[in-house]
Design a protein around this ligand. Structure first.
Ligand code: GDP
Ligand code: ZN
Length: 325
């Protein structure tokens, strides 16, 4: 039996419908944050407005480009969501994808080799591959940042250069930074300028420290909104879009910061390995998994030293992990 609408809810509906007939002009905007059902929207002049979205548009996230209209109460009502270039999500407690942010074109992948898990030199190249595959699949340009280089001896710094040589060879931008000596902040700002970026990396690598360097004073408008919500400036747990003084936007999301980008079932691991791309489609079998088939051009390239053995091994590991049930 269908659930009967309570009179109260019916009344709410009617009121909503009434107010929607008297909405203001349609305007373009960007969602800068979302707290449950409430949204903060920035209009084309940089002005921020509190708002909500129509019920059927309940998947609006930070970074979404939207059309909104003012209602009589002065609130912004999102009436339409424009097409997204991508949508980042992270697994929730039950392992389902939870949407976090949209329309990101740069991901800053932060790693350290020291000052994270003790004093020994330690570099997790496979984790970097993982971030890269997710980024490539979402058409997001990754930038590799190695932070805390102030802790490295000259020998260790040279070793790092050798360890990440492959990433450089296959065309990734690499920046060495230190929030202590401020090394590398300018090249990082150059990468952030003109883009909408997100920072990812394990806990303790210095994401918050770098963000604080780039955003010494958070946009006044954000400050106002933080006050309204009763939340502190940088202690917020919600995903927020910030304008960087150097230009460009930063979407800061505690969820994405920790979990990185989610590898989804339908993602192509092979496509995520940039150096595989020129070879894709040339294997003997057009559905080649590049794992065991005869006539596999990828495996031939590995044997010929054109594709690094470590990257290929990690490709296999990632395919196995994704197909495991
Ligand atoms: P997050 O968890 O990735 O946000 O990392 P934090 O920004 O909280 O930094 C973790 C610790 O590393 C803090 O104690 C920072 O002071 C320290 N840290 C951050 N950047 C650097 C750096 O460039 N050099 C050194 N030596 N320590 C840093
Ligand atoms: Zn193949």
């Amino acid at each position: 039996m269908p659930r009967r609408r309570t009179p109260h809810r019916h009344q709410q509906r009617t009121q909503q419908e009434l107010s929607e007939t008297s909405l203001g002009e349609r305007q373009l905007g960007t969602v800068v944050t979302r707290y449950g059902a409430k949204l903060d929207i920035e209009d084309e002049h940089g002005q921020r407005h509190r708002g909500t979205s129509r019920r059927k548009l309940d998947d609006i996230v930070c970074g979404d480009k939207i059309i909104w209209q003012a209602n009589k109460a002065g609130e912004a009502v999102v009436v339409e969501r424009l097409e997204r270039t991508n949508l980042l999500s992270r697994p929730n407690d039950r392992g389902h994808a939870k949407s976090i942010a949209a329309n990101i074109n740069h991901v800053i992948v932060i790693s350290v080799v020291k000052g994270h898990l003790g004093d020994a030199y330690q570099l997790n190249l496979n984790l970097i591959d993982h971030y890269l595959v997710a980024a490539e699949n979402q058409n997001i340009t990754p930038v590799l940042v190695f932070n805390k280089v102030d802790l490295l001896t000259e020998e260790e710094f040279e070793r790092l250069g050798r360890d990440i040589e492959t990433f450089k060879q296959i065309g990734y931008e690499i920046i060495y930074t230190s929030t202590k000596t401020e090394r590398g902040l300018e090249p990082l700002e150059t990468q952030l300028k003109d883009n909408t970026s997100i920072f990812v990396g394990e806990s303790g690598v210095g994401k918050s420290s770098l963000i604080n360097k780039l955003l010494p004073e958070i946009d006044v408008k954000v400050g106002e909104i933080s006050e309204l919500s009763g939340k502190g400036k940088h202690t917020t747990t919600t995903t927020m879009l910030y304008h960087l003084p150097c230009g460009g936007e930063l979407i800061d999301s505690p969820g994405v910061r920790e979990f990185g980008l989610m590898l989804k079932e339908q993602m192509s691991i092979a496509r995520g390995f940039r150096e595989f791309q020129p070879h894709l489609g040339l294997c003997k079998f057009n559905n080649c998994s590049h794992m065991h088939e005869p006539g596999c051009v990828i495996m031939q390239a590995v044997d010929a030293g054109k594709i690094e053995q470590r990257r290929y091994n990690n490709y296999r590991r990632m395919v196995d992990a994704l197909t495991e049930v």
